[in-house]
Write a protein that binds this ligand. Structure first.
Ligand code: HEM
Length: 402
């Protein structure tokens, strides 16, 4: 069986040739993990779509793979905070949780954010204008969506840095450096903070998402407190880990393709361009874990109960069976049904918000700094490790280079 390098810094710098090879040779690839389990990587769009739509064979809650008499795995406080939410739930729990948040996270609430997104973008770009150089990740791409999601939830400005520290320490890959008890302390502090916040919003609701979630009721069923904490944590994490990469990867792709940037400068069309940037080098490299519910044969491949399945979204989005000239960035591409936001019941809840942030953020950045240039050769840029996300560690630029 062939082995593919899916983890080295070299692979991370440019994974697309490896993905092309996998789509050609082993589009349903079984990787034997060091622990002895099997992880299936699905790299073509057709099979990826089939997996994302099949909630019977592929489940998100590992408990659904256990035989009825098995003891469920012990859960830690961290585990509860991260996993008791819709992204790791199957119907009917998923249906209930998603309906509740849908009720609170309305298109109107997202549309109303446009002026705030513009204001925060302008403020951050003002902040970097004078220095003439910046790290676009730390100075712009990260703080913009983090501030928006914190405001949307209703986290007061004075608490935002503390909440960002908790959520990053608890969930981000860097948090592995924290020892277990330090992590547990942070989880406890975060949960206590959230509980106090929920009580406050219950007594005195505000016009924010936490109040709406506290009040949300679907078919007479409210969220329990663990679910509420986990839902807020999920929204904060997605606020930290995803749109930052749309802004970072998107800015880099346009800096590397000045002729495409020229088209946008001449004719506009940022809405279409953001879809292409999501397809070409999107923020989420592989879907989150799905588990095989019971032994079965998928497209000729025998899968075992408890195997892990990951759809490689970044690969599916370069599948030549579905996209003309898939390795070419074309900001005017129309037929563009990419998988950057996933598909099926777990399709990204935040997609309308992320699109709006991408459009306003990137258009404003390139209009404000017409001479924006990379401050290091593109080949020297470093990518963050891990299979889930695809994003740069830093993106050094000159903002007023000639
Ligand atoms: C460009 C930015 C973003 C990208 C590319 C993205 C991508 C994704 C993907 C691929 C999934 C599905 C994962 C799977 O099926 O395994 C997902 C789910 C989700 N996303 Fe996003 N996301 C982005 C921004 C956001 C934002 C800003 C929020 C919150 C405000 C958000 C909230 C969620 C939630 C709650 C889910 C779980 C939905 C469910 O399980 O029903 N996302 N996202």
């Amino acid at each position: 069986m062939k082995e593919y390098d899916l983890f080295s810094p070299n692979f991370k710098a440019n994974p697309f040739p490896t993905f092309a090879q996998m789509r050609q040779e082993e589009p349903i690839y079984a990787h034997r993990s060091p622990g002895g389990g099997t992880i299936w990587y699905i790299t073509r769009l057709a099979e990826g779509t089939a997996v994302l739509k099949d909630n019977d064979h592929f489940v998100k809650d590992i408990r659904h793979t256990l035989p009825p008499d098995a003891k469920p795995p012990r859960k830690t406080a961290v585990h509860h905070l991260i996993n008791e939410n819709m992204l790791f739930a199957d119907p009917p729990d998923h249906t209930r949780l998603r309906a509740l948040v849908n009720q609170a996270f309305t298109p109107r609430r997202v549309e109303q954010l446009a002026p705030r997104i513009q204001h925060i973008t302008d403020e951050l770009l003002d902040g970097i204008a004078a220095a003439g150089q910046a790290d676009l990740i730390a100075d712009f791409a990260l703080p913009m969506p983090v501030r928006i999601i914190a405001e949307l939830l209703g986290i007061p400005p004075a608490d935002q840095a503390q909440v960002a520290d908790w959520s990053q320490a608890i969930i981000s890959p860097g948090s592995r450096d924290l020892n277990y008890s330090a992590r547990k302390r942070k989880v406890r502090a975060f949960v206590a903070y959230l509980q106090a916040m929920f009580a406050l919003r219950q007594q005195k609701p505000q016009d924010d998402l936490i109040s709406a979630l506290v009040q949300a009721e679907e078919a007479g069923e409210r969220l329990n407190e663990a679910e509420l904490s986990s839902m807020v944590a999920l929204l904060l994490v997605t606020g930290h880990e995803t749109t930052v990469n749309l802004l970072g990867n998107g800015a880099l792709a346009l800096l590397n393709h000045p002729e495409q940037l020229g088209i946008l400068r001449e004719n506009g069309g940022w809405e279409t361009a953001v879809e292409e940037l999501l397809r070409f080098d999107g923020p989420v490299e592989t879907s989150t874990t799905r588990w095989v519910r019971e032994d079965f044969v998928f497209e000729g491949h025998p899968m075992r109960r408890g195997d892990v399945v990951r759809v490689v979204l970044a690969s599916a989005n370069r599948d030549a069976c579905h996209f003309a000239q898939p390795d070419t960035l074309d900001v005017t591409r129309r037929d563009n049904r990419h998988l950057a936001f996933g598909l099926g019941i777990h399709y990204c809840l935040g997609a309308p918000l992320a699109r709006l942030e991408g459009q306003i953020g990137l258009q404003t950045l390139f209009e404000r700094f017409p001479n924006l240039r990379l401050a290091v050769p593109a080949g020297q840029l470093e990518w963050r490790s891990g299979v889930l996300f695809r994003g740069l560690k830093t993106l050094p630029v000159y903002t007023n280079a000639e």
